[in-house]
Design a binder for this molecule. Structure first.
Ligand code: ADP
Length: 685
């Protein structure tokens, strides 16, 4: 027993020693180091068989393995960044331009020769400091006293000020206050006689960066100025720099984020916020909990082994929800806000970690779903869905080569024809982005790889033609919805904007004997239900102008339904579509299925602008719509679209519901064979 005990003691001592050394070489800030050392001391006295010992050990291990001072050097070559973006990503011209502008500003800030103001009424000290700093290739200006310094600060901008504390007239504190009030990012270093260290500490409380006591060492001056400049740069480059990539899935947001990291030479990590149920996933659990862990941000930084990675925070519009524990918004603000994130405290670490060097990129499907102060911090860059041509090009240039590589087919790469890719896009996917397309191509590559393995002598060069697609992917899964069926009374095609891009809906209206009720089904939200009521009221009050006789509600119920019933739908933009379906119903004129309507309707019949125009038009194309009716006030959005998006589609701009009646409704009444009105199912009497 006693031999055991001794060997255990020895082992414990060795562990403590090992960790002491690790703490030594972990380059922690001094406060953190003290805490780690204290924890190690406590741990050294614990019984190694206890749970507390393991908790302590894991904690210290975590602290020493964090990249406190480890950073990758930024590659600030804009031409290289541009090359990476254009080689890896097809199209997205506007997005790439915004990103390069963002990087350009960063580069400009980082590459600027730093300007330093040295303030001292003692000639020798002033000359000495200025001499050292000039040798560091800084742009140095001197001021002979506080008054002179204030004048120089009024006249031009500096990055760092070194000022003597005791001066006649305006003293160091006066210079500090003036400098900080005019330029909040400026860093001020106090120079003080040894005896006056207390007042220097006061100055730090008032916002000074640090102090240097006279007589100073040259190294100390150099190092302190360098650190002050780093702080200034990180606070400037962090400002407003939270990019938010917003758009439907599969439009290249993640891959572009990864390219930004590669262009800058930084590590890349992703944290998904969607579906998070607990604030502790961001901020960590306190160590008192059994099995406590740090939050995902700190965990990713540790894994990246670098304190300045690019971290992508995915699905910021899906965070939270009613059963979320804690306040997700304030936790995220703490992570993203340059004022707060220099000393981000993860509950597990319980010591501040500087996140100001991390470049955060947020992604969301719809940026408008992010609210409040978080939204104000972000610079939103919109990603939108792709046209068929764009998808084919992305597949041929990027997705296919990648999938071929990943499936070990590089030596005998199948050659996809553009027609075959088009067939996959149109018949096997229905999406705004390219996720499913990538999945289908991956299926084909997997099947080809399997064939090669089974039939070693098979022909190795395969041309993927449209005919082969069915063999690999089976019969077509998606059909052109609007041409599948006949025009019907009371059924109007509408356009919606969802998280996964645009989509088409069919608003159906029917009437039957009843007691003047309006029945609404199809999981419609409040706003959509109100739109339906407004549409009905408008039509009733203007019945004669639509050729409708008598009171449409007399002895009748009206039923409006929007399939698919299980998917919740809301928003005002179906107002005009609902109105059109009611006019079709009451007038008996079938609605043209290949005309899609989107617009908010007012009680006076005006049509107001709607969001997501590009996504809606792309969805209309995918579904085979020929004419799109949108509010006149969306003209600017239409004008901004690339001509490929609207090619072959007639866009009708309108201000009033009356103007669209003849566009949307076929001329003849139901039952007339010329109208193609099918069975007139909308009129159930
Ligand atoms: P998101 O993050 O928006 O869901 P991803 O970045 O994951 O989209 O993109 C899905 C796939 O489509 C990836 O393989 C990506 O490389 C590819 N992709 C999407 N857009 C482009 C583009 N413009 N150029 C090249 N590849 C693209």
């Amino acid at each position: 027993m006693s031999i055991f005990k001794k060997s255990e003691d020895k082992q414990q001592l060795a562990t403590v020693d090992e960790f002491r050394q690790k703490i030594e070489s972990a380059h922690m800030p001094s406060g953190v180091r003290q805490i780690a050392e204290r924890e190690l001391e406590i741990m050294g006295k614990m019984n190694p068989a206890t749970a507390e010992y393991t908790i302590s050990l894991t904690y210290i291990d975590y602290l020493v393995n964090l990249p406190w001072n480890k950073k990758t050097a930024d590659n600030l070559d804009l031409a290289r960044a541009q090359k990476i973006l254009s080689e890896r990503h097809y199209g997205l011209a506007g997005v790439k331009e915004r990103i390069l502008e963002h990087l350009a500003v960063k580069i400009l800030v980082m590459n600027k020769k730093p300007r330093i103001l040295v303030v001292d009424d003692e000639v020798i000290a002033r000359d000495n400091i200025s001499h050292i700093l000039k040798k560091e290739n800084y742009d140095v200006v001197t001021a002979v006293n506080g008054v002179d310094a204030v004048e120089k600060l009024e006249a031009s901008v500096f990055d760092v000020v070194l000022t003597d504390l005791k001066m006649e007239g305006v003293d160091g504190i006066g210079v500090l206050e003036m400098a900080r009030s005019k330029y909040p990012d400026i860093q001020v270093i106090m120079i003080t006689a040894y005896a006056a260290v207390d007042s220097a500490i006061d100055a730090i409380k008032k916002g000074a960066f640090h102090y240097i006591a006279k007589p100073f060492r040259l190294d100390e001056v150099r190092l302190t100025v360098k650190q002050a400049l780093e702080k200034k740069l990180s606070s400037v480059s962090a400002k407003g720099s939270v990019l938010c990539f917003a758009g439907p899935p599969g439009t290249g947001k993640t891959s572009l984020g990864k390219s930004i990291a590669d262009a800058l030479g930084r590590k890349f990590a992703r944290v998904s916020l969607g579906g998070m149920k607990d604030e502790a996933e961001i901020r960590g659990h306190r160590r008192t909990y059994a099995g406590a862990m740090p939050g995902r941000i700190i965990e990713e930084i540790r894994r990246a082994e670098s304190s300045n990675p690019v971290i992508m925070l995915d699905e910021a519009d899906k965070i939270g929800g009613q059963d979320f524990k804690g306040d997700p918004e304030s936790a995220l603000l703490e992570v993203l806000d340059p004022e707060q994130n220099q000393s981000f405290v993860d509950h597990y670490l319980d010591v501040p970690f500087d996140l100001s060097n991390v470049m955060f990129i947020i992604t969301a499907n719809i940026a408008d779903n992010i609210q409040g102060p978080l939204r104000d911090r972000m610079e939103v860059i919109e990603f939108s869905g792709y046209t068929e041509d764009e998808k084919v090009n992305i597949a041929l240039l990027h997705i296919i080569p990648k999938q071929v590589r990943e499936h070990g087919l590089s030596d005998c790469a199948p050659v996809f024809s553009p027609q075959a890719v088009s067939k996959i896009v149109n018949e096997h996917t229905r999406e705004a982005g390219t996720r499913n397309l990538e999945r289908q191509i991956s299926t084909i590559c997997r099947k080809i790889a399997t064939e090669f393995v089974y039939h070693k002598d098979a022909v190795r060069l395969i041309d993927i033609t449209p005919e082969l697609i069915e063999r690999y992917l089976g019969p077509r899964k998606f059909f052109i919805e609007v041409t599948d069926e006949n025009n019907r009374v009371g059924v109007v095609t509408g356009l919606v904007w969802t998280e996964s891009g645009g989509d088409i809906i069919f608003v159906e209206a029917a009437q039957m004997k009843g007691r003047r009720e309006l029945i609404l089904t199809g999981s419609l939200g409040t706003v959509m239900r109100e739109s339906a009521q407004a549409a009905l009221s408008y039509i009733r009050s203007n019945a004669s102008s639509f050729g409708i006789q008598g009171d449409v509600l007399e002895d009748r119920d009206i039923h409006i339904h929007v399939p698919a019933g299980a998917i919740p739908k809301d928003g005002p933009s179906a107002g005009a579509t609902i109105a059109a379906s009611l006019i079709s119903l009451f007038s008996g004129r079938p609605a043209r299925r290949d005309v899609a309507v989107s617009g908010e309707l007012t009680l006076s019949g005006r049509i107001l602008p709607v969001g997501g125009i590009k996504e809606k038009i792309l969805a209309a194309r995918r579904a085979g719509v020929k004419t799109v009716v949108v509010p006149y006030r969306n003209k600017v959005d239409i004008d901004n679209l690339h001509k490929d998006v609207t090619a072959g589609i007639e866009v009708v701009l309108t201000d009033r519901i009356e103007e669209i009646v003849d566009k949307v409704l076929a001329k003849d009444r139901a039952g007339d064979p010329a109208s193609g009105a099918g069975n007139g199912q909308g009129t159930l009497k």
